[in-house]
Design a protein around this ligand. Structure first.
Ligand code: SF4
Ligand code: SF4
Length: 386
């Protein structure tokens, strides 16, 4: 197994499952199950025991491995600089080794099969990827500066489609020169890669890169931080040459072009850092810049923010496989309780997966009268003269 030489270097000291204040629990899978095997250090030791022949691969072992939300908290907080950057790589290698042996939780197998056969997590035709923009005046990509890529959630999930329309209308209003990518596009592959299905990721990436090259795309805007991560960090290894930005990174600088309503009341807003925009891509400010530019918005921070933010639990395929669900302390439920404790009435998110995960959690926690989840673009739209 790749990277196995670092397994014995983990002391299971446990810093990796905490945020910077060493008080809360910040590893989503450990938070949900409270067994050490679900913590990063526990996973390290479990993999080591497996390679040493002391434990066998099993369905339960697979559940533990594949429930990692790939949030990157362990990479940010492991005490050992010599190998901390390789923690996620070793977990991915472990999943890859399990897949090679034919062992994976059934929802993971289903997700990978849909991606294999249909090129997306929903099992829908590629031609429907742009159906969210049909019947609107949102332009398709031809020769604009940016090509807007819709990930699987914004392309096929009804809530994601609302977010896609909101982002696109706002970008239009702010004067950003873009068109929606239409063509034979597939999933960005971020979750597929995180689940250890490397060959399938390479196929998806190669296919999308070829299609982007055919259309002459030079700059991509993504709706999802997960797409940003795959296309910016992993596509170059597959031949991708496009520059890649999350839409908030373009909008932050175009906010000056928007007109807002007058007399808006003050509203307390807290921002949830998406793991794949924040920890994975070191952008903690674009979303906050946008929110600060909205009249009436008073930005308040949750105790865990930026590098210490608690993941919603949707990464690493968990949005689709739901391996972290069930208990009172799912990461999304803990996160909305934390948001409500700030006194904010709005929880702003900048990722379609976070939006769906946290909206569900608000309902489960019966917080609907106190806290609403809004995607950043929707919050701006509500205040603008559109
Ligand atoms: S902080 Fe690093 S060394 Fe300590 S348990 Fe976590 S992975 Fe192992
Ligand atoms: S990436 Fe996140 S969920 Fe996975 S082991 Fe590290 S802290 Fe836990």
């Amino acid at each position: 197994m790749e990277h196995e030489e670092i397994l014995h270097r983990c002391f299971r000291c446990g810093y990796c499952k905490l945020p910077g204040n060493y008080v809360d629990v910040n590893c989503p899978s450990y938070l949900a199950f409270r067994f050490e095997t679900y913590a990063p250090g526990g996973r390290m030791w479990l993999l080591r025991a497996w390679l040493d022949g002391k434990v066998s691969a099993s369905a339960r072992f697979a559940d533990i491995l594949f429930s990692c939300a790939t949030c990157g908290n362990c990479v940010a907080h492991c005490a050992f600089p010599e190998f901390k950057d390789r923690l996620l790589l070793v977990f991915t290698a472990g999943k890859e080794a399990f897949l090679d042996e034919g062992i994976a939780p059934p929802p993971v197998r289903d997700l990978l099969t849909k991606n294999q056969i249909h090129g997306n997590a929903y099992g829908k035709p590629a031609r429907q990827r742009t159906s969210w923009s049909e019947g609107t005046d949102i332009p398709l990509f031809s020769d604009q500066e940016y090509a807007l890529f819709a990930d699987d959630v914004t392309a096929y999930d009804p809530r994601g489609q609302e977010i896609a329309r909101s982002v696109a209308r706002l970008l239009q209003q702010a004067g950003v020169d873009f068109g929606v990518l239409a063509g034979d596009f597939r999933s960005d592959g971020n979750d597929v890669r995180a689940l250890g299905e490397t060959a399938l990721f390479e196929d998806l990436a190669a296919h999308n890169i070829k299609e982007m090259n055919r259309l002459g795309v030079q700059k991509i805007l993504t709706l999802s931080p997960h797409s940003l991560n795959a296309m910016k960090n992993d596509y170059p290894g597959q031949g991708g040459k496009q520059q890649v930005f999350h839409y908030t990174q373009a909008l932050a600088f175009a906010m000056k072009n928007l007109k807002f309503k007058t007399g808006l009341p003050e509203i307390r807003v807290t921002f949830h850092d998406p793991c794949y925009l924040g920890r994975h891509n070191a952008d903690y400010e674009s979303g906050r810049m946008i929110l600060r530019a909205v009249p009436g918005v008073k930005l308040v921070e949750m105790d865990r923010n930026r590098k210490n933010a608690l993941c919603c639990g949707g990464g690493g395929g968990n949005f689709f496989t739901d391996l972290l669900s069930g208990g009172d302390d799912t990461p999304a439920r803990v996160r909305v309780r934390e948001a409500a404790a700030t006194g904010a009435s709005l929880l702003a998110v900048a990722c379609p997966m976070c939006a769906v995960m946290l909206e569900d959690a608000v309902k489960t926690e019966n917080l609907e009268n106190l806290l609403a989840v809004r995607e950043v673009s929707e919050l701006v739209m509500d205040a603008s003269c559109l």
